[in-house]
Design a binder for this molecule. Structure first.
Ligand code: C2E
Ligand code: MG
Ligand code: MG
Ligand code: MG
Length: 284
């Protein structure tokens, strides 16, 4: 009977796996169509400088709007786009579109833009040239572009990924900035921070102290990351900031910038233009 139950479980597992694979294959097909039908959008979330609470930058975040359907969040398709390689054309599009839009904001207000780059994109031999071409065509100064990568891009099971390092080093020599996204959620050793071509740490939102409680453990972790960054001359950006208490703490600890629902959700281009304009002209 135990054997029987085991087999049944196995069949169930097989079915689930097949179901998942089918769903992923369908998503790949729909993503291919989405590219030709122009169904992607970029939303922008403000990055606020903590000393004066002005918007100094935005993060570009992709959205998928299939005709007549609900908007699909990135967590539902980025993984599949990575596995299938479609992240390469999709990621190029995000980079081109967000740099084009940000060039206008940058001319008027000095705003910078952060763009997420997936490991798959950094394995392309032409990635570095693509970025330089996008900057030339958009007119965005290199200093106004931040590429966000995760820890795993540069260090994979203890090994440094040479292709990614060489792209990022070349781009940094042109003035482009690099940020480690979701910092603290990876498993790589800290030693890599000293040697890798990076400029900023984005403190993952899981480190933000829970609202309404002292949450001393979280405070200690945030302080430790900020001090570590300061010692290595890296800038700090706190992600997922949702409360005024978190803002007070981050400012006390010397964090440079904050991003989160407390200031604004990611918004469409037109709304972002208004937020940036208002922030630039506000009297404080
Ligand atoms: P991420 O790069 O860490 O982006 C931050 C995510 O946190 C965004 O989710 C944002 O909406 C969300 N967030 C911001 N502030 C708060 C807050 O105060 N509270 C909470 N609960 N969440 C907050 P989103 O837009 O759904 O993106 C999810 C992830 O998808 C991104 O995480 C990034 O890893 C990936 N992604 C988004 N756009 C792109 C893209 O163009 N290319 C690639 N490769 N990945 C992308
Ligand atoms: Mg990011
Ligand atoms: Mg992040
Ligand atoms: Mg995060």
């Amino acid at each position: 009977a135990a054997k029987e139950a085991g087999r049944n479980q196995m069949i169930l597992f097989d079915d689930e796996l097949r179901e998942k694979r089918l769903a992923a294959a369908r998503t790949v097909e729909r993503l291919r169509e989405a590219i030709t039908r122009d169904e992607f959008l970029v939303y922008y979330q403000p990055l606020v400088r903590l000393t004066d609470e002005r918007i100094t930058g935005v993060e570009a975040l992709i959205r998928w709007q299939p005709a007549g359907e609900k908007m699909v969040p990135p967590d539902r398709f980025i993984g599949i786009a990575e596995d299938s390689g479609l992240i390469v054309p999709i990621g190029s599009w995000v980079l081109r579109e967000s740099c084009r839009v940000a060039a206008g904001w940058n001319r008027r207000h000095g705003t910078v833009v952060s763009v997420n780059v997936s490991p798959r994109q950094l394995r392309e031999p032409d990635f570095g040239l693509l970025v330089l071409d996008v900057l030339r065509t958009s007119g965005l100064p290199p200093e106004a572009l931040i590429l966000e990568i995760t820890e795993g891009v540069l260090v994979n099971s203890g090994k440094v990924t040479e292709q990614a390092i060489s792209h990022l080093s070349m781009l940094r020599s042109h003035g482009i900035k690099v940020a480690i996204d979701d910092f603290g959620t990876g498993y790589s050793s800290l030693a890599y921070l000293r040697d890798l071509p990076i400029d900023n740490l984005k403190i993952d939102r899981s480190f933000m102290p829970a609202p309404g409680s002292p949450d001393l453990a979280a405070q200690t972790l945030v302080k430790t990351i900020i001090d570590l960054a300061a010692g290595l001359r890296l800038g700090t950006i706190a992600e997922g900031v949702e409360t005024a208490e978190q803002v007070v703490l981050l400012r006390e600890l010397g964090c440079d910038r904050a991003q989160g629902f407390f200031y604004s959700r990611p918004v469409p281009e037109a709304d972002a233009t208004r937020l940036i304009q208002d922030s630039a002209t506000a009297i404080r």
